[in-house]
Design a protein around this ligand. Structure first.
Ligand SMILES: [Zn+2]
Length: 362
């Protein structure tokens, strides 16, 4: 961006000096002029207006604000874990300037009334810009939730094998007919549908057959079940296959969540849909798919998020443009809820606090 000396009256509000500025075209050592909450100049300070305030950023990178697209802030309903104020404050501390909030709180924003009530409750508490998902459960509510400002509609096409929180049974849309009707309504409203996919019956059968029914439920067994593709695995890919087909049939734009924890078959399905079919589909991949391995996960046991099935394939998928968004899910729980996972990992919630560390850790 060039500074336009005729446009900015001196002094400006803030001059950030000495940092390395990253822009879409590259990065360079430069100073940054900010006025009225807008960047009004990038260059060397000698050529920029004087600042009322100066910030020394020597040795630091200056980046655009990060968007965190997968925040499970716990308001309303679960504010013993976190509220919208503390969650967005942590995000701001990590360089995140926009958060997109998920739906599995209580009451769920699956009706216009619940969606509006949630927004009125959380908006005054937000420390960064934010958007809200609407909950995809009732086809008749989708249009009004979209018109009320939902950025997208979230569907849980899943239930936990033991119905453990946060895969709340009443939010699960495992009936493809119902999912299709939500797709139709979303297509008509022109809103994107984001789906956490699964093939719940398959997943449940495999998990019970090899683990829960045999009493092998500790953290090691759970990690094995994940590595085999039973927990967060092949069922997700099978669910994605059905969903891609129905989304195309309904003409809805599909946003695929959790690409990073799915086996690599998911990358192939997305590659085919995007390249061969020209379908409007987006993928959201967890950074864990590139950065975590089982050895790291074992150190923190039930407090971990999952790790990469194949980091090489994940990096290649990123290079190929298969995922459109990289994220690290923010889904905090209390220590008391998670600690028993060392003994029984199939009965506790999955998730970590990452509204801040999503960026700092990478
Ligand atoms: Zn999530």
């Amino acid at each position: 961006m060039q500074h336009d000396p005729g446009r900015v009256t001196q002094p400006i509000d803030l001059l950030v000096r000495g940092g390395t500025v990253y822009t879409p075209t590259g990065h360079a050592r430069a100073d940054l002029a900010i006025h009225d909450e807008k960047i009004v100049g990038i260059g060397l300070a000698d050529h920029l207006p004087a600042g009322r305030q100066t910030l020394d950023a020597s040795g630091l990178a200056i980046l655009p604000g990060i968007w965190h697209t997968h925040c499970h802030f716990r308001e309303p309903g679960h504010t013993d874990k976190e509220d919208f104020a503390s969650g967005t404050l942590a995000a701001a501390a990590g360089g995140v300037t926009f958060c997109l909030d998920q739906v599995n709180n209580s009451p769920h924003p699956t009706s216009l009334a619940a969606f509006q009530a949630k927004r009125e409750l959380v908006a005054p508490k937000a420390h960064v810009d934010f958007g809200l998902y609407g909950g995809g459960l009732h086809p008749g509510e989708i249009g009004s939730i979209a018109r009320a400002g939902a950025m997208a509609i979230k569907i849980f096409n899943t239930r936990h094998p033991k119905d453990a929180y946060p895969y709340i049974p009443e939010l699960g849309v495992t009936d493809h007919g119902l999912m299709y009707e939500i797709f139709e309504a979303a297509a008509q409203a022109g809103v994107v549908v984001a789906v956490h996919h699964d093939d719940t019956d398959w997943t449940k059968r495999m998990v019970f057959r090899e683990y829960i029914d045999t009493g092998r439920v500790d953290n090691q067994a759970y990690m094995e079940a994940y590595e085999k593709g039973y927990m967060y695995g092949h069922g997700m890919v099978a669910g994605l296959a059905a969903s891609l087909y129905y989304a195309r049939l309904a003409g809805v734009r599909l946003y695929v969540l959790h690409v990073g924890v799915m086996p690599v078959g998911a990358y192939e399905l997305l590659r085919h849909a995007k390249r061969e079919l020209g379908q409007t589909v987006y993928g959201e991949m967890e950074l864990t798919a590139m950065l975590m391995d089982r050895a790291q996960a074992e150190k923190v046991g039930p407090f971990t998020y999952l790790w990469a099935h194949s980091p090489e394939a994940a990096w290649q998928a990123v290079a190929d443009g298969i995922p459109d968004v990289l994220q690290l899910e923010h889904a905090p729980h209390t220590r008391a809820e998670v600690e028993s996972g060392w003994q029984d990992n199939f009965s506790i919630p999955l998730g970590i606090a990452a509204s801040r560390s999503s960026f700092r850790s990478c």
